[in-house]
Design a protein around this ligand. Structure first.
Ligand code: ADP
Ligand code: ZN
Length: 429
């Protein structure tokens, strides 16, 4: 039923294991210059339960940057065999180093994650992530091989070749980021294939925020089951939290991480089930342990048990990064609120873009929306009606009325990697 019995471990035993691994982690971390200083005088015996993690200080992305490249390494450089870097979505990248044992642990977590949403060794996986510093390439790759799947390192782009390989090798599992999945679905249709005729059954989607509505659209357009996959380079990469077949939030592997959700302003834990910033501590990393890392990702713990029987808590889909928040006319707005609204409308196509502009002295939001070809009619009145409806729906969600611009499909430029949803043009137009 499970890839690893630890997935259904009794909570009391699981928490004991966490406390034990946290004490070990502190010991190891202190061998690095950064934590030697940061944790000076801390007595690991103060850790009796995983909740005692709050006695430790946070680590921020700025800490990682200031320690670049080697300040967090708890072993001599010779012991490391791999380096990855975050994709730099928000500023200077940070480098993460892995020993062979760290890579093995990561591959196991990844294999467990894929098993949990129904992948089996008889499956054939095609990985459409770029194979570079981004952990979605090699991270998924080694996990897929560990599970025993035939693994095709297709890499990013070149949709025609992707489609050919999927058909030639009867690919059943695709690893694909959500914004590319929406685009790819269209390309498959244009190439003359009905999605029902494709051999695939599972899409592993993650690496960027997306809404339930976007998932629904991917599932419908591709005729596939799409499972949410969460991870970040600082915590290895993908394989941190993953949806099981029930698709009710992502199990976060608590034998490998301690997760907390805090109020980003106060640093205190939020109440059970409330949204806040995810903070994570590695429990199984020997080369570069990281303690209480402020991910900036916003989510919540989903209360209650999952039907699958796994005991590891679930996190809800990431609603965005704390840094993604826009403030317009005094209202806080997240891009995912806009996506949710747009993707729920049948006329809306695959892509959209939020532009922040200045009109006179006030800030405005312009939302460019691709409309499906069949709705992009010559009738001006119909289009204006649609435009108004989109603006109205958005206003009821975000409380300000944005300018809405209707676009033809594929007219909004698509990023090579993770989608760029917001562009700030204030003072630039
Ligand atoms: P970067 O921060 O440069 O994008 P990474 O490649 O390490 O670096 O990406 C990790 C980040 O990607 C996470 O912190 C999160 O913001 C986002 N992310 C990853 N998986 C998901 C997911 N399933 N849903 C939403 N966001 C995700
Ligand atoms: Zn489950």
């Amino acid at each position: 039923m499970y890839y690893d019995p630890v997935e259904a471990m009794d909570r009391v035993a699981l928490e004991q294991l966490q406390a034990e691994r946290l004490r070990e982690t502190i010991d190891i971390a202190r061998r690095s210059p950064f934590y030697a200083e940061r944790l000076k005088g801390f007595d690991p015996d103060e850790i009796r339960t995983p909740a005692d993690v709050v006695k430790l200080p946070f680590t921020t992305k700025d800490d990682l940057r200031s320690q670049y490249p080697h300040g967090l390494l708890a072993r001599p450089l010779d012991d490391f065999v791999r380096l990855h870097a975050s994709s730099g979505t928000t500023g200077t990248p940070v480098a993460i180093f892995y020993t062979q044992k760290d890579l093995d642990t990561w591959a196991d977590l990844m294999a467990r994650s894929m098993y949990c949403c129904g992948c089996r060794r008889s499956d054939v996986l095609q990985n459409t992530s770029g194979y570079g510093l981004f952990t979605g390439g090699l991270g998924i790759h080694y996990g897929s091989e560990r599970l025993g799947m035939l693994t095709i390192p297709a890499g990013a782009g070149n949709t025609r070749r992707q489609i050919k390989m999927i058909l030639d090798h009867q690919v059943t599992v695709l690893h694909i980021i959500p914004s590319f999945a929406l685009y790819f679905a269209q390309k498959v249709r244009e190439a003359g294939y009905a999605p029902e005729d494709m051999p695939w059954r599972i899409a592993l989607i993650g690496a960027e925020p997306h809404t339930e509505q976007a998932r629904a659209k991917i599932e419908e357009l591709m005729h596939i089951k799409a499972y949410n996959s969460y991870g970040l380079s600082e915590m290895n990469g993908p394989g941190v939290a993953f949806e099981c077949v029930h698709q009710q939030g992502m199990h976060l592997w608590e034998d490998a991480y301690i997760a907390e959700i805090i109020n980003p302003e106060t640093g205190e834990h939020v109440a059970e089930g409330e949204i806040g910033e995810l903070v994570m501590t590695t429990l199984r990393r020997e080369g570069m342990p990281i303690i209480r890392y402020r991910t900036r990702d916003l989510t919540r713990f989903i209360p209650g048990q999952c039907e699958c029987g796994r005991t590891h808590r679930r996190i809800d889909r990431i609603t965005g990064r704390a840094d993604d928040m826009m403030i317009l006319k005094g209202v806080n707005i997240y891009p995912m609120q806009i996506e949710q609204c747009l993707m729920a409308m049948p006329e809306v196509g695959q892509n959209y873009l939020i532009e922040l502009i200045r009109e006179g002295v006030s800030d405005q939001m312009r939302v460019k929306v691709e409309i499906k070809d069949e709705f992009f009619v010559e009738d001006m009145r119909a289009l204006q009606g649609l435009q108004k409806r989109i603006a109205k729906n958005l206003c009821s969600e975000i409380l300000v009325t944005p300018r809405v611009e209707l676009c033809q499909s594929e007219s909004i430029p698509k990023a090579d990697g993770k989608a760029v949803r917001v562009v700030d043009l204030r003072g630039k137009e």
